[in-house]
Design a protein around this ligand. Structure first.
Ligand code: ATP
Ligand code: MG
Length: 571
C-alpha cells in the first residue's frame, strides 16, 4: 500500500476524552475517529488490524469445528420474550420500533437468534454436535462508554454457540473452545490469563474469562499465590471464616442514637465495637421493574454486584438513590436496616448467618439497633455468597495461599449455558432411541476491537504503538527518504514490489515529507519492521532495517534486504 494513496491521518495531540493509552494512540495514529459516545469510524489502518484479528479467530474457530454464519443485527421482540430477556436485560439493550410500532432490539449478543434458528432445523442427534459462530457488529447501550474501542457501545464481536446431546458432551465442547481461545490469544502475541468468571446477563453457571494483563484494565483479577486458582474478583470464592461473636446468648435488642456517625467505622468506634460487629443494609433497584431488594453484608465486607446479579437470575440492578431509599425504608441513606422493613426481598451474605447481637441501621436518621439477631428480630429470605473478596484474603481452594490482585482487560469469555435457552426456545431432537431430548448449549465471545486495544495497552512506548506482528496492520513499512522523483524513491518502489510479490503486507511511505515526519509517524503507527532508504546509504548500495520493538538497526546491502525481511518475519 502506498501511503500517498492510503487514508492515514496522524495527529500530534490526543483528544481530551482519551484517558487510556490505547485510545490516545488509536486516535493519534489514525486508526479510529469518534462519531458519538462509544461509536467510531474504523479508518483503513484500524480496519486492517481488526481484519487480522478476525482472520486468526476464523482460522482457529474453523479448526475447532465451528462453522461461520451471519445473523441479523436487528431482532424482533418476540425472540427476546421467549427467553425472558426482553424484561431482564435492562437499559443496555437498545430497543426500537418500526413503522408499524412493532418492538425490535439491536443485538447485544445473539443467544435468542441462534437458538431460534437451530430449534427450527434440529431433528435428530445425528445433526449434533453443532457449533456456529459469526463475526458481527453488536450494540450495547453502555452506561459509561469510554476508553475508545475498549468499552464502546457499537463494537465487533465474534460470538459462537454450541449445541450438544448431553451435559457431558457440552462440557467437552466448552473445554475445546477454551483451548481454541488460548490458541487465538497466543497467536495474537498477548499476555493473558484465563480466570473463573460469573455469567452476568448471559446466564449459566460455568464460565471463564480471558483477561489481558494490563494496569489500565477495568477488571480486578484475584489469583492465589500458592495454587493455580484465579478468578475475576467479582466471582472469586470466599473462604468462610467465623469471626468475633463468641457469645451465643441473645441480648435485648434496643435502639441507640449515633449522632453524626454515618460510616461503619464511625458507628463502630462510637459503640466501642469493631466494624465486623455491624451489618450493612444496601438497597438495590432492579432495572427491569424498578423493584427494590435489600442486601445484608457484614460491616467490614463489600457486596459483589456480580454475585448479586447471579442470585437475581441475571437481572441488572443499581444501588438505590436517596429518594428510593427514603421510600423503601422510611429513613435516609446510610441508616437502612432490616428490622421492620416490609414488602421487599431481604438477602444476606453467608457470613451474616452465624452473627449474633450485631448492629444494624434503624431506618431513622442517626439511630441504630444494637443486639439485633436473625429470625428473632427479622427474617432473611435467602443466604448466598454475596461478598467481594479482597487481596490478602485466604484462598478457598488450597486453604494455604492468599489472594493477589492484578488488573485485566476482558477480551473473551466462554459460558456453559446448559438448557437455559434451549428449554424455553424448544431446541429438541430425537436421540438414538427415538426419545425426545433438549440440547445443551455453550456460548463463546471475543471482542475484536477490545483485543486490538488491549494489545496496545500491553505494547507501546512513549513514541507510539508497537504492534505484535500477527495483528499489525502491515508487517513492513518502507521509509523512502527521497527528494522528489529520484533514485531513492525508485529503489524503494522496487523493494516494495518485490516484498509485495512475496505476499508480504508492506506500506511504503512515499510522501514528499521530511525524514523527521516520516520517522515520527512510523514510530506512532507501530509497524514491526521498517526499511529505511536514504540517498547516502543507497550510494553505497545499502539500506537499513529497524525493528520497532527494540529500536535495533542493521545495515544491509540492497540485494540482501528482501531475503532478510522474509527471514525475520518467519523467525
Ligand atoms: P464487560 O464485563 O467488559 O462489560 P461483558 O462480560 O458484558 O463485558 P460479554 O458478554 O462476555 O461481555 O461479551 C464478549 C466479549 O465482547 C467481551 O469479552 C469483550 O471482549 C467484548 N465486549 C463486551 N462489551 C464490550 C464493549 N462495550 N466494547 C467493546 N467490547 C466489548
Ligand atoms: Mg464477559
Amino acid at each position: 500500500m502506498k501511503w500517498s494513496q492510503f487514508f492515514i491521518q496522524t495527529l500530534r495531540e490526543a483528544p481530551s476524552d482519551a484517558e487510556v493509552v490505547s485510545h490516545q494512540l488509536m486516535v493519534r495514529a489514525g486508526f479510529i475517529r469518534k462519531v458519538a459516545a462509544g461509536i467510531y469510524n474504523y479508518l483503513p489502518l484500524g480496519l486492517r488490524v481488526l481484519r487480522k484479528i478476525e482472520d486468526i479467530i476464523r482460522e482457529e474457530m474453523n479448526a475447532a469445528g465451528a462453522t461461520e454464519v451471519l445473523l441479523p443485527i436487528i431482532m424482533p421482540r418476540e425472540l427476546w420474550d421467549q427467553s425472558g430477556r426482553w424484561k431482564v436485560y435492562g437499559k443496555e439493550l437498545l430497543r426500537l420500533k418500526d413503522r408499524h410500532e412493532r418492538d425490535y432490539c439491536v443485538g447485544p449478543t445473539h443467544e435468542e437468534a441462534i437458538t431460534s434458528l437451530v430449534a427450527g432445523e434440529l431433528r435428530s442427534y445425528r445433526q449434533l454436535p453443532l457449533n456456529l459462530y459469526q463475526i458481527q457488529t453488536k450494540f450495547r447501550d453502555e452506561i459509561r462508554p469510554r476508553f475508545g474501542l475498549m468499552r464502546g457501545r457499537e463494537f465487533i464481536m465474534k460470538d459462537a454457540y454450541s449445541f450438544d446431546v448431553s451435559e457431558e458432551k457440552a462440557m467437552e465442547t466448552y473445554r475445546q473452545m477454551e483451548k481454541a481461545y488460548r490458541r487465538i490469544f497466543d497467536r495474537c502475541g498477548l499476555q493473558y490469563r484465563s480466570v473463573e468468571a460469573l455469567s452476568g446477563a448471559i446466564g449459566g453457571n460455568v464460565s471463564h474469562e480471558f483477561q489481558v494483563l494490563a494496569s489500565s484494565g477495568e477488571d480486578e483479577i484475584l489469583s492465589c499465590d500458592h495454587c493455580d486458582y484465579a478468578a475475576n474478583a467479582d466471582k472469586a470464592q470466599v473462604r468462610s471464616e467465623a469471626q468475633g461473636q463468641k457469645t451465643s446468648e441473645l441480648l435485648v435488642c434496643e435502639k441507640v442514637t449515633t449522632p453524626q456517625k454515618t460510616s461503619v467505622e464511625e458507628v463502630a468506634q462510637f459503640l466501642n465495637l469493631k466494624p465486623y460487629h455491624l451489618v450493612k443494609t444496601l438497597i438495590y433497584v432492579l432495572e427491569q421493574d424498578q423493584s427494590a431488594v435489600a442486601v445484608l453484608i457484614r460491616g467490614d465486607h463489600e457486596v459483589s454486584e456480580g454475585k448479586l446479579q447471579s442470585l437475581l437470575n441475571g437481572a441488572t440492578m443499581q444501588l438505590a438513590d436517596e429518594k428510593t431509599v427514603q421510600k423503601v425504608t422510611g429513613g435516609p441513606c446510610g441508616y437502612s436496616g432490616p428490622i421492620g422493613l416490609k414488602g421487599i426481598s431481604l438477602y444476606a451474605d453467608e457470613s451474616v448467618r452465624s452473627m449474633k447481637n450485631f448492629v444494624v441501621g434503624a431506618n431513622e436518621a442517626e439511630v441504630h439497633w444494637v443486639n439485633a439477631n436473625l429470625d428473632r428480630d427479622f427474617k432473611v429470605e435467602r443466604f448466598a455468597d454475596l461478598r467481594r473478596v479482597q487481596k490478602g484474603d485466604s484462598c478457598p481452594r488450597c486453604e494455604k495461599g492468599r489472594y493477589q490482585s492484578h488488573r485485566g482487560i476482558e477480551v473473551g469469555q466462554v459460558f456453559y449455558l446448559g438448557t437455559k435457552y434451549s428449554t424455553p426456545m424448544g431446541v429438541r431432537f430425537l436421540d438414538e432411541n427415538g426419545k425426545e431430548k433438549t440440547a445443551f448449549m455453550g456460548c463463546y465471545g471475543i471482542g475484536v476491537g477490545r483485543t486490538a486495544a488491549a494489545a496496545i495497552e500491553q505494547n507501546h512506548d512513549e513514541h507510539g504503538i508497537i504492534w505484535p506482528l500477527p495483528m499489525a496492520p502491515f508487517s513492513v513499512e518502507i521509509l523512502s527518504l527521497h527528494k522528489g522523483e529520484d533514485e531513492v524513491l525508485r529503489e524503494a518502489q522496487k523493494i516494495y514490489e518485490k516484498l509485495t510479490e512475496k505476499g508480504i503486507d508492506v506500506l511504503i511511505d512515499d510522501r514528499n515529507e521530511s525524514p523527521g515526519v516520516k520517522f515520527k509517524d512510523a514510530d506512532l503507527i507501530g509497524i514491526p519492521w521498517v526499511i529505511i532508504i536514504g540517498a547516502k546509504s543507497l550510494a553505497r548500495q545499502e539500506v537499513e532495517i529497524k525493528e520497532r520493538r527494540t529500536g535495533q538497526k542493521q545495515t544491509l546491502s540492497v540485494k540482501m534486504v528482501v531475503d532478510k525481511i522474509v527471514e525475520v518475519l518467519n523467525a
